[in-house]
Design a protein around this ligand. Structure first.
Ligand SMILES: CCCCCCCCCCCCCC(=O)SCCNC(=O)CCNC(=O)[C@H](O)C(C)(C)COP(=O)(O)OP(=O)(O)OC[C@H]1O[C@@H](n2cnc3c(N)ncnc32)[C@H](O)[C@@H]1OP(=O)(O)O
Length: 177
């Protein structure tokens, strides 16, 4: 379902359909939304965002990062930003890149350690990030200072770092949401 939604997002972004196709598509989507409505569940029971085995945990908003290696110290994977993530002139939208970093670094920060949340994410956009290219995603755990965990990440196109990031993740105190 999520894969199909991702495909739809990409196709819709790249499409310039005639008015009758726009109307037909809108009607089909409204029908699908109505069919799912009776199955609305509380957050804890939803599938989306809870499937760590799926790219982006099954969250269609998150870029589909495929994880290849994952332990307490590092994550290695790849991602291809579809046309859905286009900012302009072939470059990925600047807001989509922190989404990928937060997903991967947040997951790493929370692996084998008590729950932590992102306090900041500093992203350096070194080059444009091309839509449609398979990029390497790297993240590593740098250090821990009390409740603070500092992580680093990079997005690499071939041999070129297109973006890198530093993230601060803070361990939650009991009762913190
Ligand atoms: C098996 C595992 C599976 C895992 C799957 C999960 C996948 C999940 C993947 C997705 C995961 C995505 C995850 C998400 O996206 S989480 C969603 C996005 N993040 C949030 O919503 C967080 C909102 N913020 C907060 O809740 C609080 O501000 C937190 C909890 C972060 C800290 O507030 P708290 O009141 O608790 O702590 P404190 O203020 O005493 O600060 C403590 C220390 O930290 C330092 N500090 C704080 N902020 C900053 C800052 N901005 N720059 C520099 N430093 C900062 C501060 O100076 C102090 O340092 P020191 O003075 O002690 O030296």
């Amino acid at each position: 379902m999520i894969e199909a939604l991702r495909l739809l997002q990409a196709r819709m972004t790249g499409a310039g359909p005639p008015p009758e196709t726009v109307t037909e598509t809108a009607e089909t989507l409204e029908k699908l939304a109505a069919a799912l409505e009776p199955f609305t569940v509380p957050e804890a029971a939803q599938i989306v965002g809870h499937r760590t085995d799926l790219p982006g945990r099954g969250q269609a908003m998150a870029p589909p990062v495929h994880i290849e290696e994952w332990d307490e110290e590092h994550v290695l994977g790849h991602v291809t930003f579809s046309r859905f993530y286009l900012g302009g002139n072939g470059a990925v939208h600047g807001g989509a890149i922190p989404l990928a970093f937060d997903e991967v670094m947040g997951r790493l920060a929370n692996t084998g350690r008590p729950r932590a949340r992102t306090a900041y994410l500093h992203v350096n956009y070194r080059k444009i990030t091309p839509v449609g290219s398979r990029l390497r995603v790297e993240a590593r755990f740098e250090r821990e200072e009390g409740r603070k965990r500092i992580l680093a990440g990079a997005l690499v196109d071939g041999e070129t770092v297109v973006a890198d990031a530093e993230g601060l993740f803070v361990t939650l105190k009991p009762g913190q949401p």
